[in-house]
Design a protein around this ligand. Structure first.
Ligand code: HEC
Ligand code: HEC
Ligand code: HEC
Ligand code: HEC
Ligand code: HEC
Ligand code: HEC
Ligand code: HEC
Ligand code: HEC
Ligand code: HEC
Ligand code: HEC
Length: 249
């Protein structure tokens, strides 16, 4: 190599070193916790994070196996407890809107009600035989009017909510749509994707009690994820008698 190029070569070399150094610092492998200590009522759990990353890599999988909220390339995933609260009680409901990052809202609040596709004209003139198939008679409604005038978001005395009242009427002819549960709702409702806006519909407004899909709590999510994999791999602690292999006092 010509001696003239030596200083240039050294500068380039240094630059490369600096770049590689920076890259390595940003790369997940440098920020990975070696062990994670999880304190809880069952006795603390010492989780050997680094060994598990190796196990997962030998299975040909990545961080998403456990950190399912985060793209595999992101170095600092959210702690599980950010979303999996110990209980989804009033404390969680009131506190989480401010505590959680805005980017997480739509993972849970994933849908909102849009417009209803419903042809009132066709129903009033043919599909139904009389206005009173849906509207009350003069004992309650002097003239047919909007159900919203009397049926609101919450029950008042014995008066049904708008959802209950209208659905009960529609169901008398469209039972088939309701039999399909959530999949049938879109026969009438246009769903919109959820947004991070402050006003969120309660999960039970769509996920009726009977077919509600609750998010696993913090304990259930850990037990589920840790033990499901151990059971599948036939290695690592799982089952009723394994408690003390994870929970140390
Ligand atoms: C076998 C499951 C598992 C795998 C695989 C895994 N992690 Fe984790 N990781 C955890 C658990 C559990 C925690 C503790 C989370 C908590 O405390 O809520 C954690 C914590 C972390 C933390 C610390 C977060 C904090 O806020 O303190 C980082 C960073 C992290 N993991 C990165 C990664 C990366 C990057 C990968 C992939 C190379 C990876 N993890 C693979 C289960 C796993
Ligand atoms: C950003 C919020 C968020 C974070 C952070 C998060 N989860 Fe979840 N998790 C959810 C949501 C939402 C669901 C239910 C919807 C679904 O199945 O995708 C869920 C479902 C689950 C389930 C049941 C379904 C399945 O995938 O098997 C387990 C187990 C679970 N999470 C474990 C964990 C663990 C362990 C961590 C931390 C390493 C974690 N989660 C971090 C939001 C989160
Ligand atoms: C299949 C059920 C059904 C039938 C049959 C029906 N309606 Fe309605 N009607 C509704 C519903 C549901 C609403 C409420 C729409 C809303 O509030 O968004 C409504 C609303 C109305 C309104 C208020 C509209 C407004 O914008 O305030 C009038 C007026 C009305 N109906 C008249 C009639 C008359 C007259 C008949 C008979 C010729 C009739 N409807 C037949 C279901 C029906
Ligand atoms: C003027 C007020 C008013 C309007 C408008 C009204 N409701 Fe009602 N609705 C009532 C009251 C009051 C009751 C009786 C509450 C109770 O059972 O104690 C009732 C009861 C009901 C019931 C249960 C009892 C029954 O009659 O089957 C259904 C279903 C119902 N309403 C559907 C509707 C629908 C659908 C509309 C619009 C098309 C509508 N209501 C408009 C006041 C109203
Ligand atoms: C008296 C019986 C009756 C009642 C009550 C009734 N419908 Fe219908 N509906 C029909 C008939 C008949 C048709 C046209 C034939 C069909 O498509 O099933 C229809 C069609 C529809 C369709 C179009 C279906 C499609 O396949 O595209 C929608 C949406 C609908 N109704 C919504 C409603 C809503 C919302 C209510 C309650 C406010 C309601 N219906 C109450 C009889 C009824
Ligand atoms: C046959 C048509 C039909 C089907 C099927 C249907 N809905 Fe509705 N739903 C309506 C109508 C009409 C209203 C009254 C909307 C209005 O007047 O603004 C309503 C109202 C509601 C409301 C109350 C909205 C409010 O503003 O308070 C909720 C929540 C809702 N529906 C959820 C569902 C879910 C979840 C499903 C599936 C399990 C479903 N609906 C199936 C027609 C239907
Ligand atoms: C881990 C899932 C999860 C995440 C992430 C989440 N929420 Fe919630 N949110 C819930 C649950 C569960 C409720 C309880 C209400 C229910 O039962 O439907 C709730 C309730 C609410 C309510 C009250 C609704 C009502 O019924 O009065 C608001 C407002 C709300 N969340 C806003 C937010 C905002 C803003 C974010 C993002 C910063 C967010 N949420 C992130 C699960 C979540
Ligand atoms: C506006 C109505 C609506 C609201 C509000 C809503 N969901 Fe859903 N959700 C749906 C629909 C529609 C589906 C899809 C069902 C289907 O396609 O069968 C669904 C699916 C889901 C699934 C996946 C179920 C599966 O089997 O794949 C989960 C988990 C879920 N919702 C959790 C929640 C939670 C938690 C909340 C409250 C924070 C919530 N949802 C609020 C309408 C809603
Ligand atoms: C993706 C699969 C997978 C998940 C998820 C997983 N593990 Fe493991 N774990 C393994 C495998 C495989 C072994 C056995 C390794 C061996 O024997 O070489 C193991 C071994 C262990 C052991 C005994 C050896 C050691 O590393 O200390 C403990 C304790 C353990 N896991 C705890 C946990 C906890 C706590 C969680 C949840 C936070 C978890 N594991 C999640 C795959 C998993
Ligand atoms: C694979 C490891 C593992 C096994 C086996 C295991 N756990 Fe856990 N357990 C965990 C982890 C991880 C957590 C969550 C720690 C946290 O919240 O920081 C936890 C949490 C708990 C909690 C805390 C609940 C709270 O609200 O604080 C209790 C109680 C518990 N486990 C009981 C048990 C019992 C009983 C068994 C045996 C049937 C068992 N665990 C087996 C890993 C395990």
């Amino acid at each position: 190599m010509n001696k003239r190029y030596l200083p240039i070569g050294m500068v380039c070399g240094l630059l490369v070193l600096v770049l590689v150094g920076n890259f390595a610092r940003q790369a997940p492998s440098n920020e990975l916790p070696v062990r994670v200590r999880l304190e809880n009522k069952g006795g603390s759990v010492i989780f050997t994070h680094i060994r598990h990353v190796q196990y997962v890599q030998t299975m040909g999988k990545d961080c998403m196996v456990c950190h399912h909220d985060t793209p595999a390339t992101k170095a600092t995933p959210l702690p599980c407890g950010t979303c999996h609260a110990p209980e989804f009680n009033a404390i969680f409901t009131n506190g989480h809107q401010k505590a959680l990052p805005k980017t997480t809202c739509t993972q849970c609040h994933h849908a909102e009600l849009g417009t209803v596709k419903y042809d009132h004209e066709a129903h009033a003139n043919g599909y139904a035989s009389a206005c009173t198939d849906c509207h009350h008679g003069p004992e309650i409604e002097a003239e047919p009017q909007s159900c919203k005038n009397c049926h609101g978001a919450t029950t008042e005395g014995t008066t049904r909510t708008l959802r209950q009242a209208v659905h009960e009427r529609c169901q008398s002819c469209h039972g088939d749509m309701y039999d399909q549960k959530l999949a049938g709702c879109s026969s009438c409702h246009n769903f919109l994707p959820g947004t991070a806006e402050a006003k969120q519909p309660a999960c039970v407004s769509c996920h009726y009690e009977s077919d509600a899909i609750p998010l696993p709590t913090r304990m259930d999510s850990f037990h589920g994820q840790c033990m499901e994999c151990h059971a599948q791999a036939g290695k690592g602690p799982f089952g009723d008698k394994s408690c003390k292999r994870c929970h140390t006092r």
